[in-house]
Design a protein. Structure first.
Length: 280
């Protein structure tokens, strides 16, 4: 966990929710009241966000005491209690919604990711996420993918050069884009891998003729073309399939022999896992 990044996230999220005060708690619960609550699981899935929840409680009130019974990455079922928290009732209520919002979404992502990873167990193909994340929540969502057994692709624009179709078109072609990317890396002294997206076998052959990349993304290829592409690449570059890949057809893509499959749906359209924080 990146504590600096998470600390800022928690600070901003609490400020957004709190405004000039939790007037409901302030008006109904006497100051100094203490209580205890449990994190109740209401749907089967993979748990994610426990470590984050503990940090939220700590930052809201360092005096809150927690007891964890189920850790991140574990399978959970309806009725399970993941942890309890005890201390200031006002603090528990202030942290409640942020903890639930984060844990429900992270657990939903981890659950979906884990379900798909299990489909790929008999293949050498690994599951990747994308940058199709909720603004401000990317770190949490990619963290949840890892908890679910998936692999993070690049985190942002800064940690890999990924030459996509628009870059190729604006750069004046594949060869020009690859040459410019390598020149940039050299001039800037950067240690960055280069990946390039291709849309068909003709573009793939242009990349193979040019070289100077680390990974090739095969976007929206038919199964026949994908198998042919993997054969042409012949393990000389890391391969990634993307575009139009869903849970129902992912094993067909894996059977084509690609190293990675990327799915934006892991983070951009996922159902949160139901849970609640209930007073004891």
């Amino acid at each position: 966990m990146d504590k600096e990044l998470i600390g800022q996230f928690i600070k901003n999220a609490i400020a957004e929710d709190l405004g000039d005060g939790d007037h409901t708690s302030l008006s109904t619960i006497p100051a100094g009241t203490t209580g205890k609550a449990k994190l109740l699981i209401k749907e089967d899935g993979i748990l994610a966000g426990v470590e984050l929840a503990l940090e939220i409680f700590k930052q809201v009130d360092a005096g809150l005491q927690t007891a964890v019974f189920i850790n991140d990455g574990a399978e959970v079922k309806y009725g399970d209690i993941a942890f309890t928290v005890e201390g200031s009732s006002h603090a528990i209520l202030l942290a409640e919604r942020l903890v639930l919002n984060c844990m429900q979404r992270m657990s939903g992502i981890a659950t979906k990711t884990n379900r798909i990873v299990k489909l790929l167990e008999s293949y050498s193909t690994k599951l990747l996420d994308t940058r199709k994340t909720t603004p401000g929540l990317r770190y949490l969502e990619k963290w949840a993918v890892r908890i679910g057994g998936g692999v993070n692709h690049r985190i942002g624009l800064y940690d890999m050069i990924l030459i996509k179709d628009n870059h190729v078109d604006y750069a004046g072609g594949i060869a020009s884009a690859i040459t410019a990317a390598n020149k940039y890396i050299t001039e800037k002294g950067k240690q960055l891998e280069i990946e390039i997206e291709v849309r068909n076998l003709e573009e793939l052959n242009q990349v193979l003729a040019k070289g100077m990349v680390n990974r090739i993304m095969l976007d929206n290829f038919s199964f026949d073309d994908l198998r042919e592409a993997v054969k042409l690449i012949d393990h000389n570059y890391v391969t990634e399939a993307s575009g139009g890949i869903v849970e129902e057809n992912i094993t067909d893509y894996a059977a084509c022999g690609v190293d990675f499959i990327s799915m934006g749906a892991l983070t951009h359209s996922v159902k949160s896992l139901d849970m609640s924080l209930k007073a004891l």
